[in-house]
Design a protein. Structure first.
Length: 576
């Protein structure tokens, strides 16, 4: 068995079709200065042909997944129109007298290498978009044919080093049983498309399979667990046939729960919301019966571009979300960059420990110009739905007061301009640093709600970077110290009469449900794929059974002991 990363849920069984690794190879010959005008014309012709082709693919893609997913190809068109990219290509041609295709190849390599060096996984995955666009342009400059994709008359599991959105759009979803790639990321466009298409996908298997997968190898892939079996035994095949049947029945039954009210068997009502990064996720949010959006990560609006998004663009996005959810709650987190999330056009200092440095609300309070622009856009959109504002990484009352001062200034500007907005818009803070927990009673007196970001909170409580393989095993969300911090936060919120939700990974972990029940927390926000599974477990739970669980949990001396108590109180994730 090969251990990868599950990026799209489901089990697939079938023969492998391997797309060979393919690189452009041509001599870097110099051109005469008199030929520059001709080379520029070739470049512009190639750009026009590439844009026409992308537009055609975009229209073809609409019939596969719908309008919203076509934004992937809008991003590809933007790259061809990006002055930074084109200036780099033209500069190479003018300064070094290189042919158009050579200049394009070098520019692609420069930007791909630059993105790969960033710590931000999202930006690393955007490098594939640049390669995809660059290869399309090179194809038109060289007159090369596109690589062959699998035949459409037989089912297969597609295997590749990496895939581009352009390759994905040509997949026949009736024949593509699943996908395995050496590289990639769970937030890549390919992963998003695979989930939207309902195709099981396992990525990150590079260097783990021993002998590389060959054409015709029989594969089993588990998109939930991230497992890949190559030419498995008959026994494993039979096991997975049974698991696949069970999985499909479970998936179908879970989908029937979408319209069912979320409440425990003894009548405690829960709100299960979704964490999203873009408008294109809203269809699935509604399809899975989410109560709303508990965390809109707005930083993704700022990424994959060369300048700050203007107020009108942000307003349009926030308004779309609010209107599409039709009055359901939308919690918009203000810009959370820094740390592992960098922007090319905002100069951030070099830091030895960026996770503890210049990031999130600290940047917003330092750059009140961009902060106020975002707040104005959010306020304007609040006129069209149930929008709330969430400040990230608050660690003091001073930060909260300064943020609210900028918010009030934005309100005053909009009043003067006679632009409508929700004057009493609710404002909350992320509880994700220990300092906020310790003064939670003070903070709760001045905000409308808390949202517990367990990912960072656990990391900071335990001083463990979960992305560091050397210490990742010490990252334990069920550590007794974490549980005490959660209890302190919930107690402070309830004492001040404000609601508290959880929006980190623990929210989607069914093992943690007795914790929330025991704390009286009834609002959880998670990945949209987790909502129905969590709902299923909640429907089988009883609040009264978990109400006294904290007497047991507070006696636990380790995360292992905590899990033993939780497992005793948990309900199996099975529909009956």
């Amino acid at each position: 068995m090969v251990e990868g990363i599950g990026a799209s849920s489901g089990i697939a069984m079938g023969k492998a079709f391997v797309i060979p690794t393919w690189e452009w190879d041509f001599p870097e010959k110099l051109i005469d200065v008199t030929d520059l005008a001709f080379e520029f014309e070739r470049l512009y012709d190639g750009i026009r042909s590439s844009k026409d082709e992308i537009e055609n693919i975009k229209q073809e893609f609409v019939t596969v997944l719908g309008e919203e997913q076509t934004s992937i190809f809008d991003a590809h068109l933007a790259i061809l129109e990006d002055p930074i990219f084109m200036n780099e290509v033209q500069g190479i041609m003018q300064r070094q007298y290189k042919a158009a295709e050579v200049a394009v190849k070098e520019a692609i390599e420069k930007f791909v290498n630059m993105f790969d060096l960033l710590d931000d996984q999202y930006m690393k995955e955007r490098a594939l978009d640049i390669k995809d666009v660059g290869n399309r342009l090179l194809k038109h400059l060289l007159g090369a044919l596109e690589e062959t994709l699998p035949p459409k008359d037989q089912p297969y599991i597609l295997v590749a080093k990496e895939l581009s959105p352009s390759q994905m759009v040509h997949l026949d979803i009736n024949q593509a049983l699943g996908i395995v790639t050496n590289l990639g990321g769970k937030t890549s466009h390919v992963a998003i498309m695979a989930r939207a298409m309902g195709v099981p996908y396992v990525l990150g298997v590079e260097g783990k399979q021993g002998t590389p997968i060959q054409n015709g190898d029989f594969l089993i892939i588990d998109g939930d667990e991230g497992h890949v079996f190559i030419n498995p035994t008959d026994e494993v095949i039979e096991q997975y046939k049974i698991r696949k049947t069970i999985w499909q029945k479970m998936h179908d039954k879970l989908q029937t729960l979408a319209p069912v009210p979320t409440q425990t068997q003894d009548g405690v009502v829960f709100q299960l919301a979704a964490n999203i990064s873009s408008v294109k996720e809203l269809d699935q949010v509604l399809r899975n019966g989410a109560s709303g959006v508990g965390l809109f990560r707005t930083e993704f609006i700022y990424m994959d571009r060369d300048s700050l998004p203007p107020e009108e663009e942000q307003f349009s996005v926030y308004r779309q979300v609010a209107e599409k959810l039709g009055g359901k709650r939308v919690v918009i987190r203000t810009l959370d960059i820094g740390g592992e999330k960098a922007l090319d056009y905002i100069a951030l200092p070099e830091e030895e420990n960026p996770s503890l440095g210049y990031r999130a609300i600290r940047i917003s309070l330092d750059r009140t110009d961009l902060f106020k622009t975002q707040l104005r856009a959010i306020l304007r959109a609040s006129h069209y739905g149930n929008i709330q504002i969430l400040y990230p990484m608050i660690s003091s009352l001073e930060e909260l007061h300064k943020a609210n001062e900028v918010l009030e200034a934005a309100k005053q500007e909009l009043r003067a301009e006679k632009i409508p907005f929700k004057a009493n818009i609710e404002v909350g803070i992320m509880i994700e640093v220990p300092a906020a927990v310790i003064i939670a009673d003070l903070l709760a007196a001045e905000v409308d709600f808390f949202s517990i970001g367990t990912n960072d909170l656990v990391q900071y409580i335990l001083a463990v970077d979960r992305m560091n393989e050397t210490v990742a095993h010490l990252y334990d969300p069920f550590h007794p110290a974490v549980l005490r911090m959660l209890k302190t936060t919930a107690t402070a919120a309830q004492a001040n009469g404000i609601h508290v939700s959880v929006c980190g990974e623990m929210a989607g972990d069914i093992r943690a449900l007795p914790i929330w029940l025991g704390l009286g927390i009834t609002e959880l926000s998670m990945s949209v794929q987790s909502i129905l599974r969590v709902k299923n477990s909640l429907l089988q739970s009883r609040y009264k059974e978990s109400a006294a669980i904290w007497d047991e949990l507070l006696r636990c001396t380790s995360g292992t002991a905590v899990l033993e108590v939780l497992n005793h109180h948990s309900h199996q994730d099975v529909l009956t």
